[in-house]
Design a protein around this ligand. Structure first.
Ligand SMILES: NC(=O)C1=CN([C@@H]2O[C@H](COP(=O)(O)OP(=O)(O)OC[C@H]3O[C@@H](n4cnc5c(N)ncnc54)[C@H](O)[C@@H]3O)[C@@H](O)[C@H]2O)C=CC1
Ligand SMILES: O=C(O)C(=O)[C@H](O)COP(=O)(O)O
Length: 379
C-alpha cells in the first residue's frame, strides 16, 4: 500500500509505516501527480480534497486527522466511491482550553469576573457540549444554540437571534457549511454583529467565514466596547492585519493545537484505515504518546481556589503567548501576503498538553480539588 500524507501529521511513521510505503508532503502542495500510485491520502485541514484531485488515481481512502471537514468535497467523494474518515472530537478539549484562556484574559483586561458572564454557545456538538459541561461545572451560566439538534426534538436550545440578546459572551463552535437551512457561512453577519449587547465578548475558534470579517472590522471601528478573540480568519492563511489590530486576541488557527488533540486525530485515522483494510488495529496512542508532566504549582491549603484554578489554567495554556507571537509576526506584514508566516507559526507551534494530562500535585485546601477537577484537571 502507498500512503501519501501531510508531513504535519504527528506520529505518522509510528502509526503507518507497517501499513506500507509512506510519502510525506507539505499539505498545501499535495497535487494529483503525487497520487498517481497512491492507495490512501491522509490530510489535515489545509489540503482541499475533491474528485478532481483524485481523478485517475488509485486512491480509495481519504482520512483527515481533524474535526472539521469543510476542506473535503464530501458529496463528490461519496459519489466517486471514495471512503472518507475524519477525527470527530479529537482536539475538542484543546479548543475548550483555548476558550477558557480567552475568558480569563478578557476578564483580566476588562475587570469583569469571567465566572459571572453568561456565555452563549453557538453549535453544541463535540466542542460546544464539552465547553458547556466545563463551564457549567465551574458555575458559569450558558445559553445554547443548535438548530439542527433542536430540529431533532432535543430540548434546551434557543435561536441565534434570541441568544445574542441574552448573553455577555458569544463563542462559535459550528462547522463551516454553505448550503441548507442551517448554513453557517457568514452566520454572524452585519445585522447580528450590530445586535451584540454592549460589552459583548465574541470568540471564534470554528472557521473564519462563520463571521463576516469585513462587517466585523466595520463594527469594531465603531464599537470599542466589543472584545473579539479570533483564532480563525476569513481568508486564511491570509490575515487581515487591520482587523487583527482591532481584535483583543488573535491567533493562527491553533485553538485545537494541543499535542494530545493532534495525536488523537492521527490515532482515529489509523483506526479508520485499519477498518478500511479489514484489519484489527494493533497500535494504540497510549503506547506511543510521550509522557505528560506534572504541573509544579506552589500553593498552600489557604490559597484561594479561584486563584489556583486560574494559575493552573494559565500554566496549561495561555492564549496571551500565542497572541503576542502572532502579532509580532503578522503586524509587520501589513499589506503583504501572510500565508507563509501563518503556516510557519502553525508548523513550529510550541508543545502544549491538555489539562487532563497534567496532574496537579497536592490540592487539599478548601474547595481547591473540587474546582480544579471541574475544570478537567486530575488532582
Ligand atoms: N480552531 C480550531 O483549532 C478548531 C476548529 N474546529 C472547528 O469547530 C467546528 C465544530 O467542532 P465540533 O464541535 O467538533 O463539531 P460537531 O460536528 O461535533 O458539532 C457542531 C455542532 O454545530 C451544530 N450546528 C450546525 N449548524 C449550525 C447552525 N447554523 N447554528 C448552530 N449550530 C449549528 C451541529 O448541529 C452540531 O451539533 C468544526 O467543524 C471545526 O470547523 C474544530 C477543532 C479545532
Ligand atoms: O480539527 C480541526 O477542525 C481543526 O481546525 C484543526 O485544528 C486544524 O488543524 P490543521 O489541520 O490545519 O493543522
Amino acid at each position: 500500500m502507498h500512503i501519501v500524507a501531510d508531513e504535519n501529521i504527528p506520529l505518522l511513521q509510528a502509526f503507518f509505516t507497517d501499513q506500507g510505503r509512506l510519502t510525506t508532503l507539505p499539505g498545501r502542495s499535495i497535487r494529483r501527480e503525487h497520487l498517481l500510485d497512491a492507495d490512501a491520502l491522509l490530510v489535515r485541514s489545509v489540503t482541499r480534497v475533491d474528485p478532481a484531485l483524485l481523478e485517475g488515481t488509485p486512491v480509495q481512502f481519504v482520512g483527515t486527522c481533524t474535526i472539521g471537514t469543510d476542506h473535503l468535497d464530501l458529496p463528490g467523494l461519496a459519489e466517486a466511491g471514495i471512503q472518507v474518515a475524519s477525527a470527530p472530537g479529537c482536539n475538542a478539549r484543546g479548543v475548550v482550553e483555548y476558550v477558557l484562556s480567552c475568558l480569563l484574559t478578557l476578564s483580566e483586561r476588562t475587570g469583569l469576573p469571567w465566572r459571572e458572564r453568561r456565555v452563549g454557545i453557538v453549535g453544541v456538538g463535540e466542542v460546544g457540549s464539552r465547553l458547556a459541561a466545563t463551564l457549567g461545572a465551574l458555575g458559569v451560566e450558558c445559553v445554547l444554540c443548535d438548530p439542527p439538534r433542536a430540529a431533532r426534538g432535543e430540548a434546551g436550545f434557543v435561536d441565534l437571534d434570541a441568544l445574542l440578546t441574552q448573553v455577555d459572551v458569544v463563542s462559535c463552535h459550528v462547522p463551516l457549511t454553505r448550503n441548507g437551512p442551517d448554513a453557517t457561512w457568514h452566520l454572524i453577519d452585519a445585522p447580528r454583529l450590530m445586535a451584540l449587547q454592549h460589552g459583548t465578548w465574541l470568540i471564534n475558534s470554528s472557521r473564519g467565514p462563520v463571521i463576516d470579517n469585513h462587517a466585523l472590522s466595520v463594527l469594531l471601528a465603531e464599537r470599542p466596547d466589543v472584545q473579539v478573540a479570533l483564532d480563525v480568519w476569513e481568508l486564511e492563511p491570509q490575515v487581515d492585519t487591520a482587523l487583527l489590530k482591532l481584535c483583543a486576541l488573535g491567533t493562527p488557527h491553533i485553538a485545537g493545537y494541543s499535542l494530545d488533540g493532534k495525536l488523537r486525530g492521527t490515532e482515529l485515522i489509523y483506526q479508520a484505515l485499519c477498518r478500511h483494510r479489514g484489519e484489527q488495529p494493533r497500535l494504540t496512542l497510549q503506547a506511543l504518546a510521550p509522557e505528560a508532566g506534572c504541573a509544579q504549582l506552589q500553593f498552600s491549603a489557604e490559597t484561594p481556589a479561584q486563584w489556583l484554578l486560574e494559575k493552573a489554567l494559565r500554566q496549561v495554556y495561555d492564549v496571551r503567548d500565542d497572541d503576542a507571537r502572532f502579532r509580532a509576526v503578522m503586524m509587520p506584514l501589513a499589506g503583504q501576503s501572510t500565508g507563509a508566516a501563518f503556516d510557519a507559526l502553525r508548523k513550529e507551534y510550541p508543545l502544549r498538553r491538555e489539562c487532563p494530562q497534567v496532574r496537579i500535585l497536592q490540592a487539599d485546601g478548601e474547595g481547591q480539588a473540587a474546582l480544579l477537577a471541574a475544570a478537567g484537571f486530575s488532582v
